[in-house]
Design a protein around this ligand. Structure first.
Ligand code: AMP
Length: 228
């Protein structure tokens, strides 16, 4: 397929994919294959020339920015970390819609027996393990708390349990993961939700196809903003 005629949407498997599907459906787009049962990474839709590519969540901004996809859906956390990874330099992405899906929060958590308030009050240097180093750095800098950031790629909740860190910065949804590991949430850094991102050059070149899709998605989202 000629990439100039194709509209490609980058999604990550799991919650983002599952929660984006109903919005796409409301916008008239049906994904014709189930990633649970298919090993294909490029999924056709009922709309000729519209396809979905499955990429890792942290790769969504890169795919959209560099032309592997025209649009994508990814968490605000991913977007902030992606921008910071490039030194806060201009990232060529537009963020026209907050899809309100994959909602969670970015929080600080510590072991139940760790006196976080006291450590912060006393100006102790906190060891903080996280995958989200830019968000954590910015948050603690704004509070004037000195931290040693320890970058991890998975299972952050293990870090305080093994003595690797005093605290973690991680996404929290139900709070069950923290609870299961005897950790308590001590600060909410920000609310997170998934955003639709678009490459400006794609919007320019394929605006006649992208704009109606943005409009249909915005309409699909409208009832949710009425407090549903
Ligand atoms: P929970 O136990 O429901 O609080 O979920 C927490 C775990 O799921 C943590 O390991 C988080 O990193 C992950 N998580 C929760 N919500 C999201 C989300 N919206 N996107 C990605 N990871 C998430």
């Amino acid at each position: 397929m000629n990439p100039n005629e194709t509209l490609t949407l980058a999604l990550s498997k799991g919650r983002i994919f599952d929660e984006t599907l109903p919005l796409l459906r409301a916008a008239g787009i049906e994904v014709l294959e189930d990633p649970q049962t298919s090993r294909r990474l490029i999924l056709p839709t009922n709309r000729p020339g519209v396809r979905v590519v499955l990429v890792r969540a942290t790769d969504v901004p890169t795919y959209v920015e560099h032309g592997g996809a025209d649009l994508g859906v990814c968490g605000k956390d991913t977007l902030i970390e992606h921008a910071a990874a490039w030194g806060g330099a201009h990232v060529g992405l537009l963020e026209p819609l907050d899809l309100g899906i994959a909602r969670c929060r970015m929080s600080v958590a510590v072991p139940a027996d760790f006196d976080y308030a006291r450590a912060v009050r006393q100006g102790a240097r906190l060891r903080v393990a996280t995958k989200y180093v830019a968000i954590a750095r910015e948050f603690f800098a704004a509070k004037g708390v000195h931290v040693d950031l320890i970058k991890l790629y998975g299972s952050m909740e293990l870090a305080p349990l093994t003595g690797l860190a005093d605290a973690i910065v991680d996404l929290v949804s139900t709070g069950n993961t923290l609870k299961a590991n005897q950790l308590v949430e001590v600060e909410r850094i920000m609310d997170i939700s998934a955003r639709l991102v678009v490459r400006p050059t794609a919007l320019k070149a394929k605006g006649e196809r992208i704009r109606p899709l943005l409009h249909a998605l915005a309409v699909a989202l409208a009832p949710a903003s009425d407090g549903r």
